[in-house]
Design a protein around this ligand. Sequence first.
Ligand code: ATP
Ligand code: SKM
Ligand code: MG
Length: 168
Amino acid sequence: MRKNLALIGMAGVGKSTTGKSLAEQLGYDCIECDSLMTIEAQKRGVNKFLLSDADFIALEGDVICSLANAERTVIDTGGSAVYSADAMRLLKTIATTVYLKDSIEDIKQRFIARGQPHVVGIGARTFEELFLERNCLYEQYADIVVDISTHPALAHTVQEIVDALGQN
Ligand SMILES: Nc1ncnc2c1ncn2[C@@H]1O[C@H](COP(=O)(O)OP(=O)(O)OP(=O)(O)O)[C@@H](O)[C@H]1O
Ligand SMILES: O=C(O)C1=C[C@@H](O)[C@@H](O)[C@H](O)C1
Ligand SMILES: [Mg+2]
C-alpha cells in the first residue's frame, strides 16, 4: 500500500464524510482539498467559485501538487480533480486512489437535495452527460473502486475500503 489514500468521485458522493471516518479508523490525517483551495484562493485574492472552470481546475492542480510530501494522509479531493492531469499524476505517485462510486440516481438525488452546488464542467450539459464523462475518468484513475450503491451506510463503506486496501 502506498503511504496515502486519495478519495476521488462525483460531487456529493460522500468523499468528505467517508474521508474523515476512514482517517480516524486508520490513524491517518485527513486533508480536504476543497478547504485548501478556499485558503489558496483567498491568498490569491480571488473567490474560487467565481473562477472559470479552467482556472478552478488549475487552482485544484496547484493545491493537490503541493501535497507531494504527505504521509499517512487521506486526501479528500474535489470532484473535479480528475480534470487536472498534474494532480492525478501526483496522486497516482503518492497515494492509493479509491473511487467512491454510487448510482447516477442517488448522486442526482443528493445533488438536488444540496441545492445543486457548484460543479465544474456542467455548462450546457445535462447531469447525466457529466456523470458519464466523470465515471470514465474516475475509473481510469482508480486503483480501487468501491461501489456504495447497494450498501450506503458509512461504517460499511469505510470497512469496504479498509478491506480493499489490505488486498491492494
Ligand atoms: N453514504 C451516504 N448516504 C447518504 N448520504 C450521505 C452519504 N455520504 C454522505 N452523505 C451526505 O451527502 C452530502 C454530501 O456528502 P459529502 O460532503 O461527504 O460529499 P463529497 O463527495 O465530499 O462532496 P463534494 O465533492 O461536493 O465535496 C452530505 O450532506 C452528507 O451528509
Ligand atoms: O465535482 C465538482 O465539480 C466539484 C466538487 C466539489 O468538491 C468542489 O471542489 C467544487 O465545487 C467542484
Ligand atoms: Mg467534500
